[in-house]
Design a protein around this ligand. Structure first.
Ligand SMILES: [Mg+2]
Length: 229
């Protein structure tokens, strides 16, 4: 069980973690824009753009990394295009999630491979933005995100700085940094650094090294140690 204490740092992935698999249409709306951007950059029809996208994803880790390597794409141009609000769907309002997040002691941040405006708009739609203390996004990571080790190293540096500004000390133990993620691949480097890992995924079964596994964010209380226990 995770002790819900003030010393804890809660780090949430955004896509398919803060909003879950049941709202997959949210990320699908973004994926459609990504394929359109690839088509705009590479040329050809939508079908082949979609194929190239999948190739880049496999070869470079993300579509953006492939576009940057192969076409010199400016990452801000990419995000400006795919984050155009009129084409996107956002997660539903969730007072339950707000209550859950507010009930977590310690500080709560988002650690995302997207640009901050996407998760910030989504959290505003969910009505949970007031419960989040900050967003560490791909731009601040120098466009090299999870699961690259550099992203986790930079996250620790960023946290040290943010915490100092908020008059908080960095946790004494790495295990007091808790990463909640739907992607196993993105949890692995966190595990190697000694952070506590929580897989939030209703379909993937967790290997032994994963500390906790819950199907949805709202199941988080099931792995929290309450004050009474
Ligand atoms: Mg995710």
């Amino acid at each position: 069980m995770i002790k819900n204490s003030l010393e804890k740092i809660w780090l949430f992935d955004y896509d398919l973690t803060l909003y879950g698999a049941e709202e997959r249409y949210v990320i699908n709306s973004l994926d459609h824009r990504i394929s359109l951007f690839v088509q705009k950059t590479v040329g050809g029809d939508f079908e082949s753009a979609h194929k190239i996208r999948t190739e880049y994803l496999e070869r470079f880790g993300t579509t953006l990394a492939g576009l940057m390597a192969m076409h010199g794409t400016n990452p801000d141009d990419f995000f400006d295009f795919i984050h155009e609000p009129e084409y996107l769907i956002y997660p539903k309002k969730s007072p339950d999630k707000l209550a859950l997040l507010q009930g977590l002691n310690g500080l709560r941040f988002v650690f995302t491979n997207g640009r901050h405006d996407w998760s910030e708009a989504g959290m505003a739609h969910m009505g949970i933005d007031s419960a989040i203390d900050g967003v560490l996004d791909l731009k601040q990571l120098g466009w090299v995100g999870k699961p690259h080790d550099s992203a986790y190293e930079k996250a620790e540096g960023w946290l040290r700085q943010r915490l100092a500004q908020m008059d908080y000390a960095m946790p004494a133990y790495p295990r007091d940094i808790i990463l909640l993620e739907d992607s196993l691949r993105n949890l692995e480097p966190a595990h190697r650094r000694g952070w506590t890992t929580v897989l939030v995924n209703p379909t993937v079964s967790a290997p032994d090294w994963v500390d906790y596994c819950i199907p949805h964010l709202l199941d988080l209380p099931s792995i929290l140690e309450t004050a009474e226990k």
